[in-house]
Write a protein that binds this ligand. Structure first.
Ligand code: ATP
Length: 347
C-alpha cells in the first residue's frame, strides 16, 4: 500500500467517549523507519492514540496520514498495520508456525509459501526450529516473540505494540527490550510502542512522545526529554527533579532562594518561574565556594547502594542531592547549581 519508511502525520486529533475526553488536539509528525515510544501515566490516552493509528478506534476530529495516504476513514484491515497486544492474543489451538502464518492463510497464500515465510520470521525472532510446538509449551518471552513474528508476517507499513513487555518479569523484560530494538533496526519498519515505563522508553526509543492529561506534552529524543523538559509535567514524570520557585532576573538570570544564578531562560518566560534541577547535578560543598551557592543543613542521608542520597534543607525547602559523600545530619553545606544543570520552566 505505502512504503514502510513513510512519515506518519497526526493532525488535530481529539477523541471523546461520551463525556470522557481521551485525547485533546494531538499534532504529531513521526518520521518513518524509527522506533517511537508513547510514554505517559495511566489514562493519558496512549492506547487510544495507538488504536486510532491502527484504525481500531475512530477519531472525534482530526486526521491520520501515512505518507501521501489519508488513513482517517480507512478500516483497520486495509491499513496494513501489524499489532501486538499486552496479552499477546495467540491462538492456543494452533502451532507456533500456524500462529505466525495465520494472516497469510486468511489472505490465501499457499501452504508452501506460508511455511517458508513462517520459518523466515521465526528465525528473525530467534525461534528457529520451534514452529511445530504448541503455544502452551512456550515461555512468556517465546510467546511474545511469536506475537511479534505474527504481526510482521504481512509485511506491515506500521508495527504497533501496546505495552508488549508489561506481562514479563523484570529480567526477561530487559532482555526483550534489547531484542525488540535489534529487531526494529533489522527490519527498519516504523514502530510505535506504548509504555508507562520511562526506563523502557528511554532505552529503546529513537523518539519519545511524552503524554499527560490527554495531550502530547513533548516529543524528543530520550536525551532531549531528560535534559531539556519543556514543562513541569515532563520534568516531574521523567526521572526525579528538585523544583524551586524562582523569578526571572533579566536575560540569562534567575533569582532562587535569594541568590541570583546565571541560567538559560526560555523565550517568553518572565516573572514567576520554576527552576528544575536533577539531584545528580547539584554540587555539594562543605565549605562556601567562590560562586553563588545555597547555604543549608543536611537533614537526612540514605545509602542507595550505588550512590548516596543527601537531603539538604535550604531556607525551608528540601533538596535532594545524589553522589555526595555520606555526611552527618546537621552538617552545614553549600549547594551549587551550575548554569548548565538547571532548567527554567515557564510554568
Ligand atoms: P493505560 O496505561 O492505563 O492503559 P492509557 O494512557 O493507555 O492508559 P487510554 O486507555 O487511552 O489511556 O484511555 C484514555 C482515557 O479514555 C481514559 O480516561 C479512559 O478511561 C478513557 N477510555 C478509553 N477507552 C474507553 C472506552 N472504550 N470507553 C470509555 N472511555 C474510554
Amino acid at each position: 500500500m505505502t512504503d514502510r519508511k513513510a512519515d506518519l502525520s497526526i493532525r488535530g486529533v481529539s477523541k471523546s467517549y461520551g463525556a470522557t475526553l481521551a485525547l485533546k488536539d494531538v499534532d504529531l509528525e513521526l518520521p518513518g523507519g524509527k522506533l517511537i515510544c508513547f510514554l505517559g501515566p495511566s489514562g493519558c490516552g496512549k492506547t487510544t492514540l495507538l488504536r486510532i493509528i491502527a484504525g481500531l478506534e475512530s477519531v472525534s476530529s482530526g486526521s491520520v496520514r501515512l505518507g501521501a495516504n489519508d488513513l482517517t476513514n480507512v478500516p483497520t484491515h486495509k491499513r496494513n498495520v501489524g499489532m501486538v497486544f499486552q496479552s499477546f492474543a495467540l491462538f492456543p489451538h494452533l502451532s507456533v508456525a500456524e500462529n505466525v502464518a495465520y494472516g497469510l492463510r486468511i489472505r490465501g497464500v499457499g501452504k508452501q509459501e506460508r511455511l517458508r515465510r513462517a520459518d523466515e520470521l521465526l528465525a528473525l525472532v530467534q525461534m528457529e526450529g520451534l514452529g511445530s510446538r504448541g503455544i502452551a509449551q512456550l515461555s512468556g518471552g517465546q510467546r511474545q516473540r511469536v506475537a511479534m513474528a505474527r504481526a510482521l508476517a504481512l509485511d506491515p507499513d506500521l508495527f504497533l505494540l501496546d505495552e508488549p513487555l508489561s506481562a514479563l518479569d523484570a529480567k526477561l523484560r530487559e532482555a526483550m527490550q534489547v531484542e525488540l530494538r535489534r529487531l526494529q533496526r533489522q527490519v527498519g519498519i516504523t514502530t510505535i510502542i506504548v509504555t508507562h515505563d520511562q526506563e523502557e522508553a528511554m532505552t529503546m526509543a529513537d523518539l519519545v512522545v511524552v503524554m499527560g492529561n490527554n495531550r502530547v506534552q513533548q516529543v524528543g529524543t530520550p536525551l532531549d526529554v531528560y535534559r531539556r523538559p519543556v514543562n513541569r509535567f515532563v520534568a516531574d514524570f521523567i526521572g526525579s527533579n528538585n523544583f524551586l520557585p524562582a523569578t526571572v532576573a533579566g536575560v540569562g538570570a534567575v533569582t532562587v532562594l535569594g541568590q541570583q544564578l546565571s541560567m538559560r531562560v526560555p523565550e517568553g518566560a518572565s516573572g514567576e518561574v520554576t527552576l528544575s534541577v536533577r539531584p545528580e547535578d547539584v554540587r555539594l560543598h562543605t565549605e562556601a565556594p567562590a560562586g553563588p551557592a545555597f547555604e543549608g543543613r543536611v537533614s537526612f542521608v540514605r545509602d542507595l547502594g550505588r550512590t548516596v542520597e543527601t537531603f539538604v534543607t535550604v531556607a525551608g525547602s528540601e533538596l535532594s542531592v545524589l553522589g555526595a559523600p555520606a555526611l552527618a545530619e546537621g552538617t552545614a553545606v553549600w549547594l551549587e547549581v551550575p548554569e548548565d544543570a538547571g532548567v527554567v520552566l515557564a510554568q
